[in-house]
Design a protein around this ligand. Structure first.
Ligand SMILES: *Cc1c(COP(=O)(O)O)cnc(C)c1O
Length: 468
């Protein structure tokens, strides 16, 4: 399988190349040249496989010649062996129609571990074949940073520079990043910046030839295709348990950068019967507006109790727009140039109609989020984190026929956002044992202003240049 850029002019790469590259050199995102497709019989034959085996089966067509099937299975076993639940992503029933897919049993308590634990191993595997060190530069609204740092801390030939908006991540999230003292981990708290500001600086670094010429810069944000690939697996895992390939299932997905829900779109292209993908947003609702009116225009970010969804620019939406517009990279490059210049663009008719066929959306404000937390607590004794609660709100307001199971993706452990959960239920979730003495450990980070030159200068002073 090779990978092409959504903006049409970067060179095609194989899976290993796309994994190490992150963003394409033309500013686009890598996507597989075509979607592999499983027949109904092939999907039926996957029922009951252990998670790591299912993962290797789903990912093999994307990985192609970059890994042998045996090696891929070794890596999925190693990645998912660190999860605290034997099913890796267990499914829980809430009522007759609603289910929760618990994606938070990894080391840092959010769904991002599912992809990043594997990505850390893929980096090590592919870097071992060449001479360059990899300089990972990322921006986080909280969960990506801790999951990525856990996945690469102490690994050979990788440095990670993680930017977070100062004071805008939860205490648990910050400590999960800043208490990792491995010398290859560099936490940067960007003062006076939102997540979008930090992400824009990371994007700029990927397009800065002064930096990319000297350093091999890689991405752990969901612009990295390998992350999305790993997330496709749990859509299949849930679908198979609820009757796929014979029964369609809907998914409600707490959405920020559109990575997780795009993985659901990929699962549908691969043959999984998906009744609907419900994009759940908080009041930062650019995606809800784009999907309901075709108007994709960024406002300003409002901080909420679900910070991983406090996003106005959803990078992975570009992958969907590319697919729905006949995969015309030239046209998409022009559309994205308009967006980058004006922070607004209109979807084409093909994009609107294509999206409406599979996606719907809902927006939850702070009250609706708290009500969803209380409903789950009273109906089934489950404590939900704010992101998951927004997903559940969207699931319950989607109005799907009663015989369609609706799976809400539980993207974070409630203990990661204890204050919001306690406010809604009067119940304070306890930190799972695997988090240990997080609040006693020493923290290390540097504060830098939200200024590109300062950040690029810091990275350049601490990263390992390319070998040749
Ligand atoms: C990252 C994150 C999201 C948003 O996922 P995207 O792939 O960016 O859409 C939702 N909930 C939690 C808890 C997250 O960490």
């Amino acid at each position: 399988m090779d990978y092409i850029s959504t903006r049409g002019s970067a060179p095609a790469l194989d899976f290993a190349g796309a994994t190490l590259a992150g963003l394409a050199s033309d500013g686009g995102l890598y996507v597989p040249r075509m979607w592999p497709r499983f027949s109904a019989d092939e999907i039926a034959a996957m029922a009951g496989l252990p998670y790591a085996e299912l993962a290797a089966r789903i990912m093999q067509p994307f990985v192609g010649d970059s890994l042998t099937p045996e090696r891929l299975l070794e890596l999925t076993r190693a990645a998912y062996g660190r999860f605290a639940h034997a099913a890796v992503t267990p499914l829980k029933q809430l009522d007759e129609q609603n289910w929760l897919l618990e994606l938070f049993h990894g080391p840092t308590l959010a769904f991002k571990d599912v992809a990043l634990q594997l990505l850390g191993l893929l980096f090590e595997e592919f870097l071992g074949r060449g001479s360059d060190n990899l300089t990972i530069v990322g921006a986080t609204s909280g969960d990506t940073g801790s999951a990525a740092i856990d996945a690469v801390a102490g690994r050979a030939k990788v440095d990670i520079f993680m930017l977070h908006p100062h004071g805008r991540v939860s205490d648990v999230q910050r400590r999960q990043m800043t208490t990792v003292l491995a010398p290859n981990v560099h936490n940067i708290a960007v003062t006076d910046a939102t997540f979008d500001d930090a992400q824009a600086m990371v994007k700029r670094m990927f397009n800065d030839e002064g930096m990319t010429g000297r350093f091999a810069i890689g991405a752990v944000n969901s612009i990295n295709w390998a992350r999305l690939m790993a997330q496709v697996v749990y859509y299949f895992a849930a679908g198979l348990q609820l009757g796929a390939p014979h029964r369609p299932v809907a998914f409600a997905v707490p959405t920020g950068n559109f990575g997780d829900v795009f993985a659901g779109y990929v699962a549908a292209q691969m043959g999984l019967p998906v009744a609907r993908l419900i994009v759940a947003t908080n009041v930062n609702d650019i995606l809800h507006r784009a999907l309901t009116s075709g108007d994709y225009s960024a406002g300003t970010v409002t901080p909420t109790a679900a910070p991983s969804m406090d996003i106005q620019v959803s990078s992975n939406f570009e992958r969907l727009l590319f697919d729905l517009n006949g995969r015309d990279g030239t046209a998409l490059a022009a559309q994205m140039a308009t967006f980058e210049a004006t922070r607004a663009m209109q979807l084409t008719n093909a994009q609107r109609e294509g999206a409406a066929a599979l996606f719907s959306s809902a927006r939850a404000d702070a009250d609706q989020m708290s009500q969803a937390i209380r409903w789950a607590w009273e109906a089934s004794g489950e404590l939900l984190d704010p992101h998951t609660a927004i997903g559940l709100h969207a699931a319950r307001s989607a109005g799907l026929p009663r015989d369609v199971p609706v799976v809400t993706l539980a993207t974070a452990h409630p203990a990661k956002f204890r204050d919001a959960v306690e406010r809604a239920t009067g119940h304070r979730p306890s930190l799972p044992a695997r988090i240990g003495d997080l609040f006693e450990r020493e923290e290390r980070m540097i504060e830098l202003p939200g200024d590109y030159a300062a950040i690029a200068g810091y990275v350049a002073a601490h990263a390992v240049p390319r070998a040749g």
